[in-house]
Structures are given as structure tokens and as C-alpha cells.
Design a protein around this ligand. Structure first.
Ligand SMILES: *Cc1c(COP(=O)(O)O)cnc(C)c1O
Length: 370
């Protein structure tokens, strides 16, 4: 029996509890619990400023935000997306009656490979849904060029990309919409939560109607909307998290640097490339276990578990392997060789602001001492 303290792939960042009290008192005083209350409004404004975006609509979670983004843009038919993501990416398409078309990824960035998109476009294709995997920016310019040529919409699943910037500013300003997740495991969390970033006030208004059953006023319903509203409690937690986010990101950056330094020379271990010129958020620390390493990926994963280190194989299995997708022609592993290989090599090591140096050293020793 290993008695070392368990270390999980992530640990949600929680501000000191007493800092929450004033927020709770306000909610108890004014008795506004949801439906665009004061904290909801404040968080939307604060996030626009922090992220450098124009319009944001808060949601109950990222998945409902994805589903609603597709509704807001009236996407139908086929959508090109990546198999190398969390299953909610493709599920949001099925919930809209849309057929996902899987396209392979780039071996270095693990993002949707723009060079392979065109071959997958058919007369039914209406949009592209790429993912900024691990917070690494997609090739947004190449993707937009294809979208413009074929008159396609682009909806980014930006669940990993909170705070990420490229040379033009926030990565969330690309495409027609970007969707964030504020789930407990993400870089910035509201326990459960999510958001849609969109470029204009009219679109935001449509999204706000859709997340509130389609109501535009007390007696008028303009669309078969859903209930996707963020509550005041979740919004308050978001405001509180925002006060600590810069510190949390700085700690993640230090942990990333220590892993890179310690692991980049280990034979058979490849650290997935850093975000380069981009302002990164260090949301994950993926390593690829390649043939030169003495253990298989699963053997290393198991060894870590035996030492109470709960790393995760994000993203294994591929979305295209799940039963509701497997029969699609584009889900054939022969169509997705790079993603298939990556899914069998990847391990995401623990990274979160409160991970101590000693804990990180325990992890590094287990990977290097074989
Ligand atoms: C977390 C995540 C989602 C879903 O977000 P929830 O807030 O958990 O619903 C969607 N896509 C990706 C890539 C994610 O990592």
C-alpha cells in the first residue's frame, strides 16, 4: 500500500473561504439568485475587461454554451471537428441534429490540421468546430481562410483557452464565436459554468434570449430556448476567482517550466510544444510516451497510479471511438492516424497552482527513474 498523499491531475483553485462571505451576504440581502442579477452583470463586464473581448454571455456550463452557440448561428447539416477533444465537443453537434465530420490533427500542436479540412468539405458542410487543445492556439488564420472560401462558420471550443492570447490579443476573438468552460477542473472556474464570446451586441442578445427559454419579455418567446443561465452564486465565485487568477496562472507557468526542464531530456518522453509566441495559460502538461521510453504509456500511467499519482490520458479514447460516433465514415482510424497515435501516447501530468515542489519532484522522479 502506498501511503503518499494522492495527487490528482488538477485541483480546483479555491480562494480563502472568508472572502466569499461578503458576496453571500449581498445575495441573502437582495434575494436575487439568478436571471441576470448584479453579480452576473458584474462578472460579464469583468471578464470582458480581463480577457479583452467585446461581448460575453455567461452559462450554466460549457456544454450548454456549445449547444446554444450552434443554435444561435443556426448551424445545420455537417460540421468539421476534431476527434482529439473532450466528448462534449462532438456531443454538442449531436444535440443539434448535426453530423460531426472528424478531421485529423497536427502532430505538433494536436489541434485540427487546417491542411486536411478542405478534403472533408461537402455541400452539407456549414461550419468548422476546432478546439484550442490544452490552450494552445489553433492556426486561426488558416482556418478562417478556408471558412471564408467556402462560406462556413467557425465556432471555437475554447474550453481550455481562458486567458490565452496571440499577437492580436485574445484568442477568443477569432471565428464567429468562442466557447469557454468554467468547470471546476479548468484554469478559471465558477464550480460549474461556461460562456460564449461573440463579436456583436445583436448576437449577444440572441444568445441571452436562447439561454432563457427564448423569452424576450414577460409574454414573448421568440425561439425554443434552453435554460442555460448562470446563477448569482456561481457568478460571485467567478468574481472572487478573478481576483486570484494572475497568481494562479503565474504558479502554473513555474510548474510548466520545471517539468520542461526535468523531462525534455528523457529519452522517449516528448513534452508537447509550448505555446510559442502566444500568452499561454499552462492549463495542462501533456507528455507523449514514445517508443524510445522503457515503459509503454499505459505502464507508466499504471506506475504513477501505484504511487498515488492520478495523471489522466486526455484524450484517450478519441471521441470518434465512442459508440455513437464509431460508425461515421470519418471516424475510421485510417482517416485519423495522427490523432489515433496521440491518443495512445499521451499522459497529462498534474498541474495546478497549489502543487508543491516536493509533490512535483515525486512525479518527475517516477517518470525519469525507470
Ligand atoms: C470541459 C470541456 C467542455 C465542457 O465544459 P463543461 O463546462 O464541463 O460542460 C467542452 N469541451 C472541452 C474541450 C472541455 O475540456
Amino acid at each position: 500500500m502506498n501511503t503518499d498523499k494522492p495527487i490528482y491531475v488538477t485541483q480546483p483553485f479555491l480562494p480563502p473561504l472568508e472572502e466569499l462571505t461578503p458576496y453571500l451576504e449581498k445575495i441573502w440581502d437582495n434575494k436575487i439568485l439568478t436571471n441576470g442579477g448584479p453579480f452576473h452583470q458584474q462578472l460579464e463586464q469583468a471578464l470582458c475587461e480581463y480577457l479583452g473581448v467585446e461581448h460575453i454571455a455567461l452559462f450554466t456550463n460549457g456544454t450548454l454554451a456549445l449547444v446554444t452557440a450552434l443554435q444561435a448561428l443556426r448551424i445545420t447539416g455537417e460540421v468539421i471537428t476534431t476527434p482529439y477533444s473532450f466528448v462534449a465537443t462532438a456531443h454538442s453537434l449531436l444535440w443539434n441534429g448535426i453530423k460531426p465530420v472528424f478531421v485529423d490533427i497536427d502532430p505538433d500542436t494536436l489541434n485540427l490540421d487546417p491542411a486536411k479540412i478542405e478534403a472533408a468539405i461537402t455541400p452539407q458542410t456549414t461550419a468548422i468546430m476546432p478546439v484550442h487543445v490544452y490552450g494552445h492556439p489553433c492556426d486561426v488564420e488558416a482556418i478562417q481562410k478556408i471558412a471564408d472560401n467556402y462560406n462556413l462558420r467557425v465556432i471555437y471550443d475554447a474550453a481550455h483557452a481562458f486567458g490565452v492570447q496571440d499577437k492580436n490579443g485574445s484568442i477568443l476573438n477569432h471565428g464567429d464565436m468562442s466557447v469557454l468552460s468554467f468547470h471546476a477542473t479548468k484554469v478559471f472556474n465558477t464550480f460549474e459554468g461556461g460562456a460564449i464570446i461573440c463579436p456583436d451586441a445583436k448576437t449577444k442578445q440572441r444568445i441571452d434570449h436562447l439561454k432563457n427559454f427564448g423569452f424576450v419579455d414577460e409574454v414573448t418567446v421568440v425561439a425554443p430556448g434552453i435554460n442555460g443561465k448562470m446563477s448569482e452564486l456561481n457568478a460571485a465565485i467567478g468574481l472572487l476567482q478573478l481576483k486570484h487568477i494572475d497568481h494562479a496562472l503565474a504558479r502554473r507557468k513555474e510548474i510548466d517550466a520545471i517539468y520542461r526542464e526535468a523531462l525534455s531530456t528523457v529519452k522517449g518522453i516528448r513534452c508537447v510544444q509550448d505555446a510559442g509566441e502566444a500568452v499561454a495559460n499552462y492549463a495542462y502538461f501533456p507528455i507523449m510516451v514514445e517508443t524510445g521510453y522503457p515503459l509503454t504509456r499505459d505502464a507508466l500511467f499504471q506506475k504513477l497510479r501505484e504511487h498515488n499519482i492520478y495523471a489522466r490520458r486526455y484524450f484517450y479514447p478519441l471521441i470518434s471511438e465512442f459508440s455513437m460516433y464509431r460508425a461515421l465514415p470519418s471516424a475510421n482510424p485510417k482517416n485519423l492516424p495522427i490523432a489515433t497515435e496521440a491518443a495512445y501516447q499521451v499522459i497529462c501530468l498534474p498541474i495546478y497552482p497549489t502543487l508543491t515542489l516536493e509533490e512535483q519532484q515525486r512525479i518527475i522522479n517516477l517518470v525519469t527513474e525507470v
